[in-house]
Design a protein around this ligand. Structure first.
Ligand code: PLP
Length: 419
């Protein structure tokens, strides 16, 4: 029972260095967040020891009386937060939730229609090396080449032509909201099942500041660790009892063995917190910060330097910087921001002229900084630092000092070493 520092100093060093990195830089990867202390406590708890194959009240192992309470709380809170009749909170990750969804609503070989990966879709929506691309016949809709928006007439046309078994709405990189009612109308017209993957924007939905897919979709999947800011994991919602039964058997035993009960307990806490006024206020700061960033990257000076924003702005927690006319490609822009202490990821823009490992875009998100406490004043400062860096108009040392000042003003996990 020695502490980690004694048992494995090399790994203890990794934890220390990563904490320091998170504290001293500005995290703007759109899919990341900082979990609260309460979530860290569950995830680092004795619940990690427990096998609990099955579902509450119907386990294949003894001794589940306490973990059952945690899973029931997680399910009830997920249902209440999103207004869904049924929830499965066992998926280990977003990708495993999606594998369970597809195996519940389609057979191998069936046609699935989702957003093209290079236009902002996700690997699990039909990428050829992913299970979804290997098992199913994948057809895709893209965004409009002029507006970069999903055009529902195009989605309908594709659906009429290809008669998919499943239509997928949801994205990893798209700065606007989708019309879920229109997706459902198309699904009904062609006899498809509508699956919405709200992994990215689930926190905004929980806060009531983004349209909810839950009343429209046959099934909705999500992660817990992006805008929701909970533990790294997934969950699935539906209002349809038949689909729910299939989902349950396709999560366990279909995709997984024993659920991660320490993570499920942490999910319950994350859903509890997501129902609070503080959470809503944080999501409002998140979206407001993204809009301020979009404003700073669409000024005349920004456009003159070849930096712009896809769709001209954002309605969500991220901005897609368009660097097609910039001397910096996506990789160089990611490196330039890293050099001043801001972490983002490069991202292909639709119809990208540059190769996928280089790209002509950046995906820049505000959830982690909003969790850290940033409001409009700080986001205005961050937006200016990002804009100057991408326009190559600022001094790197001065920009780094401004990043450090912001990081110092909003300490992350203060006192964590003593917890
Ligand atoms: N679905 C969408 C839309 C995502 O953006 C992601 C993660 O990036 C996932 C699913 C997969 O989540 P995970 O990384 O937990 O497997």
């Amino acid at each position: 029972n020695e502490p980690l520092e004694v048992v494995d100093p090399e790994i203890a060093e990794v934890l220390k260095n990563e904490l320091n990195r998170q504290r001293s830089t500005l995290e703007m990867i759109a899919s990341e967040n900082f979990v609260p202390r309460a979530v860290l406590e569950s995830q680092g708890s004795v619940l990690t020891n427990k096998y609990a194959e099955g579902y509450p009240g119907r386990r294949y192992y003894g001794g589940c009386e306490f973990v059952d309470v945690a899973e029931d709380l997680a399910r009830d809170r997920a249902k209440s937060l999103f207004g869904a009749k049924y929830a499965n909170v066992q998926p280990h990750s977003g990708a495993s939730a999606n594998a369970a969804v597809l195996s519940a609503i389609a057979e191998p070989g069936d046609t699935i229609l989702g957003l093209e990966l290079s236009h902002g879709g996700h690997l699990t929506h039909g990428m050829k090396l992913n299970f979804s691309g290997k098992l199913y016949n994948v057809v895709s809709y893209g965004v409009d080449p002029e507006t970069f928006l999903v055009d529902m007439d195009v989605v309908r046309q594709k659906a009429l032509e290809t008669k998919p078994k499943v239509i997928i709405a949801g994205w990893s990189a798209y700065p606007r909201t989708l019309d879920f009612a229109a997706f459902r109308a198309i699904a009904d017209e062609v006899g498809a099942t509508l699956w919405v993957d709200m992994a990215h924007f689930a926190g905004l939905v929980a806060a009531g500041i983004h349209p909810s897919p839950v009343p429209h979709a046959h099934v909705t999947s999500s992660t817990v660790h992006k805008t929701i800011g909970g533990p790294r994991s997934g969950f699935i919602l539906t209002n349809d009892l038949e689909i729910y039964k299939k989902l349950n058997s396709n999560v366990f035993p279909g995709q997984q063995g024993g659920p991660l009960m320490h993570v499920i307990a942490a999910k319950a806490t994350a859903f509890k917190l997501a129902a609070t006024d503080e959470f809503k206020e944080r999501q409002l700061r998140t979206v407001s910060g993204a809009k301020l960033l979009a404003d700073a990257l669409t000024t005349d000076a920004s456009r003159a330097a070849g930096v712009d924003v896809l769709t001209g702005g954002t309605d969500v927690h991220l901005v897609l910087a368009d660097l097609r006319n910039s001397p910096l490609d996506g990789q160089q822009a990611e490196d330039a921001l890293h050099a001043v202490g801001i972490t983002v990821n490069r991202n292909a823009v639709p119809f990208d002229p540059r190769p996928p490992m280089v790209t002509s875009g950046l995906r820049i998100g505000t959830p982690a900084l909003a969790t850290r406490g940033f409001g409009d004043a700080e986001f205005t400062e961050v937006a200016d630092i990002v804009a100057q860096t991408l326009q190559q108009s600022g001094d790197v040392a001065a920009l780094s000092a401004r990043v450090k000042a912001l990081a110092d003003a909003f300490p992350l996990y203060p006192g964590l070493e003593e917890w």
